[in-house]
Design a protein around this ligand. Structure first.
Ligand code: PLP
Length: 436
């Protein structure tokens, strides 16, 4: 039988798939068929430099044989078993132990999920359930922030600052209050003023809603889709302190930032903040298997495990093959020193992109660990973002130079695999420069 041609794959895709965020009248398709290191290849044989690490998740690079072998070994030994009720298995236990050890806070416990949105839903349930079980059933409000992305579920979608998820889909859980994000450029404020201003806003919101009615605040340590924005260094420690004073839990969404992306296992540790709940996914398996986890501090876990236990789970929670893949992935990150590598490559990327600052369409360049962004503005002294976002610009960079970057509402973002070489960093910067 003849091998299907690239055009044939594209036609079959158009006839059979629904793609998130792709209108039917857009005909182009990029049919990716293989990957190695930081490179992806499509069905037409074109090679791309993946400066997005898939969806900001492929820490160890594409095509790692040792992860494929770990998955195959596990599939042969025990492909699936549940962690519901009193069932458990060796891979989930080993991985949970390791996730707790990496954070250095003893007593934390882990509930596994199938991905990021699912983890956010679980964390919300944990936060509200924790208060309810302690006799504070009125604590149901959730504080979230502008420019946030927390997933595509009904609750996680509502927490995201993403109107497409809430418009036209009927009622959402509600009782969500949105605060400003610590995004100095968008706020038009110098970074050193931002924490003071946002703490005033936080205290005012708590006073208005009533601390006794608020369950938690959720936030990404570094805003990812919002534009790779790291807050001023005093932001998270001071926010955490204020929340603790009011009995409000802190949920950190580390779906993007954990496992080396910010040069640390968990961004929280680098930022000197201790969350009550941490949502993890993406870099946990580098995308070799869909898996996520929620880390709960000892006090929260103790309350949730009381009575009849924590009443939520999913068929694929703690999937043994996913856990085996995660363990192999964490082995590589550790063995190859990828936390330090992320910092080094990040600094190089930040420096390279910094050279674009003089271009009229570049408002700001940001970098934290191996997360970087180029804020695109209307130009000629105008700080406003492009009304249509930077999505088409990212497509142009891909089509013209073969460098994959992500578009967004305001910025072009780059978060390549942590194994990226110096030459590949230079190639990514050159691709962005050529189109800008
Ligand atoms: N949280 C953050 C910060 C994310 O960036 C994402 C996805 O990009 C999610 C949650 C949702 O994760 P998933 O797409 O695995 O459901």
């Amino acid at each position: 039988m003849d091998e299907p041609t690239a055009q044939n794959w594209e036609e079959r895709d158009r006839s059979h798939l629904i793609h998130p965020f792709l209108p039917a009248d857009r005909k182009d398709r990029v049919v990716i068929v293989s990957g190695e290191g930081c490179r992806l290849t499509d069905a037409r044989g074109r090679s791309y430099l993946d400066a997005t690490a898939g969806m900001w998740l492929c820490q160890v690079g594409h095509g790692r044989r040792e992860i494929a072998e770990a998955a195959a070994d596990q599939l042969r030994r025990l492909e699936y078993s549940t962690v519901f009720w009193d069932f458990t298995h060796d891979r989930a236990i080993a991985l949970a132990e390791r996730l707790v050890r990496l954070g250095g806070v003893p007593g934390r416990r882990v509930l596994f999920t199938g991905g990021g949105s699912e983890g956010v839903e679980v964390a919300l349930r944990m936060a509200r359930g924790y208060h309810h079980r302690r006799g504070a059933a009125d604590r149901t409000w959730i504080l979230t922030r502008s420019a946030a992305y927390h997933g595509a579920g009904y609750a996680s979608g509502e927490l995201s600052d993403f109107p497409a998820y809430t418009t036209g889909f009927g009622p959402h859980p509600g009782q969500v209050h949105r605060l400003s994000a610590p995004y100095p450029y968008a706020l038009g404020q110098p970074p050193e003023r931002v924490t003071d201003l946002l703490l005033q806003e936080l205290e005012a919101a708590i006073a208005e809603i009533g601390a006794h009615r608020i369950a938690a605040l959720i936030g990404e340590p570094v805003l990812a889709l919002g534009g790779m924005v790291a807050p001023p260094p005093d932001y998270w420690p001071r926010v955490a302190q204020a929340l603790r004073r009011h009995g409000i839990l802190l949920i950190l969404d580390e779906v993007v930032t954990a496992f080396g992306r910010t040069g640390a296992w968990y961004a929280a540790d680098r930022m000197g903040v201790r969350p009550d709940l941490t949502v993890l996914s993406k870099g946990l398996t580098s995308g070799y298997f869909p898996l996520g986890a929620v880390l709960a501090d000892e006090a929260i876990a103790g309350v949730l495990d009381s009575h009849e236990g924590f009443p939520a789970g999913h068929t694929y929670s703690g999937h043994p093959t996913g856990c085996a893949v995660a363990l192999a992935n964490l082995d590589i990150i550790e063995r190859e020193g990828l936390l330090a590598a992320a910092d080094r490559a990040g600094a190089l990327l930040g420096e390279g992109l910094g050279g674009l600052r003089e271009l009229p369409r570049v408002g700001e360049v940001r970098q934290y660990g191996l997360m970087a962004a180029v804020e695109i503005v209307q130009g000629h002294g105008r700080r406003e973002p492009l009304p249509e976002g930077t999505y088409a610009l990212a497509d142009r960079i891909r089509d013209r130079t073969g460098v994959l970057v992500r578009g967004g509402p305001r910025a072009l973002t780059l978060a390549p695999p942590l194994v990226i070489s110096d030459a590949e960093v230079a190639e990514a910067v050159a691709g962005v420069r050529e189109v800008l």
